[in-house]
Design a protein around this ligand. Structure first.
Ligand SMILES: N[C@@H](CCC(=O)N[C@@H](CS)C(=O)NCC(=O)O)C(=O)O
Length: 225
């Protein structure tokens, strides 16, 4: 296997999703943590690699050239394609199963994660800003979709775990540490417990906790108010 480096930040939800794939496929990869609050992602060493200055970012060197990839979902698919061993089902070959995995990865990126960003951006938008009814309603709508995916199934695309469970887990874990009560969604709550047996969950939870404490400390109210 050629040397690979993954730039991440523990508080970053998409970084934690990629790390879950890394841990569950036992990928031998150098992990470089960037401190976003200290602006390490804006230093020239990193902007030369990724002008978008975001984590996660993967660098895969084939011995001659660096192949650079950013956008967490693209990295998750690439790592699963490259590193999944025979018998693993995280990214099955069936094109219809893959299409559903992609659909759910895009749903996480374009809806659930956007709602998480709304709360994170809100927290940094002034002095003790308030979570509104609209924020709660938007999150509820996104989570109702996850609840429907899980009705009658153990995982997000059926009865086997795939990479999209790791994407959704990183997002839901962030929400849990924002103080959002997922107990309102019985299937999500059971799936969340079911996911705890996988590799890297503790690492994901610790990063989400650190991020959640920071966000909760800035907000003027909680999801329960
Ligand atoms: N859609 C991207 C989002 C990446 C992203 O925005 N990462 C954040 C951390 S969660 C970041 O690096 N922010 C620094 C910046 O944009 O300046 C993905 O899924 O990888």
């Amino acid at each position: 296997m050629t040397p690979m480096t993954l730039y991440v930040a523990s508080m970053s939800t998409p970084s934690r999703a990629v790390l879950l794939v890394v841990r569950n496929l036992s990928i031998d990869i150098e992990i470089k943590q960037l401190n976003l609050l200290a602006g390490e992602h804006r230093r020239s060493e990193f902007t030369k690699i990724n002008p978008r200055c975001c984590v996660p970012t993967l660098v895969d060197n084939d011995g001659h050239n660096d192949f650079i990839l950013w956008e967490s979902k693209a990295i998750m698919i690439y790592l699963a394609e490259k590193c999944q061993r025979f018998g693993h089902s995280l990214y099955p070959k069936c094109i219809k199963t893959r299409a559903v995995i992609h659909q759910r990865l895009f749903h996480d990126a374009s809806e659930l994660y956007v709602r998480i960003l709304d709360i994170a951006n809100l927290a940094f938008s002034g002095v003790n800003p308030m979570i509104t009814v609209q924020h709660k309603e938007n999150l509820k709508k996104a989570l109702q979709i996850l609840e429907s995916f899980l009705e009658g199934h153990d995982y997000m695309t059926g009865n086997s775990i795939t990479i999209c469970d790791f994407a959704y887990f990183a997002s839901v874990c962030t929400l849990v540490h924002f103080g959002y009560a997922i107990s309102k969604f019985p299937c999500i709550s059971q799936w969340y417990q079911r996911m705890k047996k996988y590799e890297g969950i503790k690492e994901c939870d610790e990063g989400a906790q650190e991020f959640g404490e920071m966000i909760k400390g800035k907000l003027g109210n909680s999801f329960n108010d």
